[in-house]
Design a protein around this ligand. Sequence first.
Ligand code: THU
Length: 128
Amino acid sequence: MSKHTDWDALKAAALAVRLRAWAPYSKFKVGAAIAAAGHIFVGCNVENVSYPVGICAERSAISAMVAAGVTQPDAIVVAAGPLVTPCGMCRQALVEFSPNLPVLLVSADTAEQQETSLEALLPGAFQF
Ligand code: THU
């Protein structure tokens, strides 16, 4: 994992924003926190009664980062109840900004965590 990333702060941010998720349909709350440019950008899943309108936590965090004028993420923490990996769409969305981003998965239920990377999660990502 990156030496310069404050993983404890990033984890705390992902766990905190997860509690703000709008997930009345799945009841599955997810939080994501991206470290970039010395800041932390957070996102949570926001569901909708028209199901496909919903957005995942990871892409929500990417939007916050880009809207702040930042495009080079250093690391991401994804927090859910159980330990989960980002969905395929979010993997592709993250590759856009950092093909080998360090990723830390955290379980809010058990405090279990797992280190991985975007390259491990999405080998052979689409590029042109
Ligand atoms: N979800 C995320 O926020 N991130 C993922 O990587 C996978 C799934 C959300 C979408 C939906 O609101 C809920 O989790 C259940 O799929």
